[in-house]
Design a protein around this ligand. Sequence first.
Ligand code: KG4
Ligand code: ZN
Length: 336
Amino acid sequence: MKKDFKILAIETSCDETSASVVENGRVCLSNIVSSQIDIHTRFGGVVPEVASRNHITAIDNVVKLALGEAHLDFRDIDAIAVTFGAGLIGSLLVGVSYAKALSYALEIPLIAVNHIYGHIAGNYLSFPDLVPPFICLVVSGGHTAIIEVKDFNHHEIIGSTLDDAVGESFDKVARVLGLGYPGGPKVDALAKSGKNIIQFAKPNDALGYNFSFSGKKTAVINYVHKLEQAGIPAPKEDICLSFERWVVDELTKKTIDACQNLGYDKIVVAGGVSANSALRASLRAECEKRDIKCYFPDFQYCTDNAAMIGSAGYYAFIDGVGIADMSLAPNPSLSL
Ligand code: KG4
Ligand code: ZN
């Protein structure tokens, strides 16, 4: 293995076209993210067919920009890493096809990366000394889970959502309040000037380490609809904060319980919702009380980006897992 092993990574699982060059799994030399948010905003959410078409037009340029920013040429790259699942089939197909073509033409290895392992690896870029084992809370638009990360490529799910992902529930609450897409950052921002005074109808929350967000989202939607029918304006800030606290308290409690009950001393958070300011404050405060170390990725590695795929790809490659060939196909429902 070369001393400075450079991976060109590609991520197109949803609505971000991203390419990055990562050295030895830890040093990000470039990370270009071309977001389609403006395109999808007018539809109130990601339209899969529109997303894949936009990946096709963006990817070539995004890869060239990533190489340029790293001051490198295709000849300097040692391997290609690509997200092959989970995600939108048409979007994944663009990245996987592009990565296969590059690997074939450059005669360098192709590494298939699970998107969620990528999110976890965003923390390896932010914290150069962080190594497993640890408990990881994965909170994205498509997944919510508490995972035991026993080693770089050894993950065990100990709890997950039984219905909606937490990011999805933020997006749906934002939509009923007319805040636009993606809703998580908008709910986060409005909650800052709200009061935690609304008691939504509580669904059954006794689920062990598992989660349910569908009932919480529905409770908020019903609350807003009742106000609308009565002609009363919705107190958006209070709704945002009351919903956010409800969700964040549960995420915090279950993650801390899992960490303590399973004998870990580190909690790592991954996925788009790790950008949430209330979750950051709550988990950090509770960890501090118990001498648990708490890690949140830098903001640039919270939401979808290719650098995290380059880091996860490096650890897959050195452990000899994830090495793919020209038969690699996207897997939209890939699990951990
Ligand atoms: O991980 P990610 O970029 O994509 C998936 O893999 O799904 O996560 C996107 C999700 C969206 O649902 C978005 O609303 C949410 O992360 N999100 C947030 C915040 N920033 C992004 N949710 C709450 N607060 C935030 N600040
Ligand atoms: Zn993601």
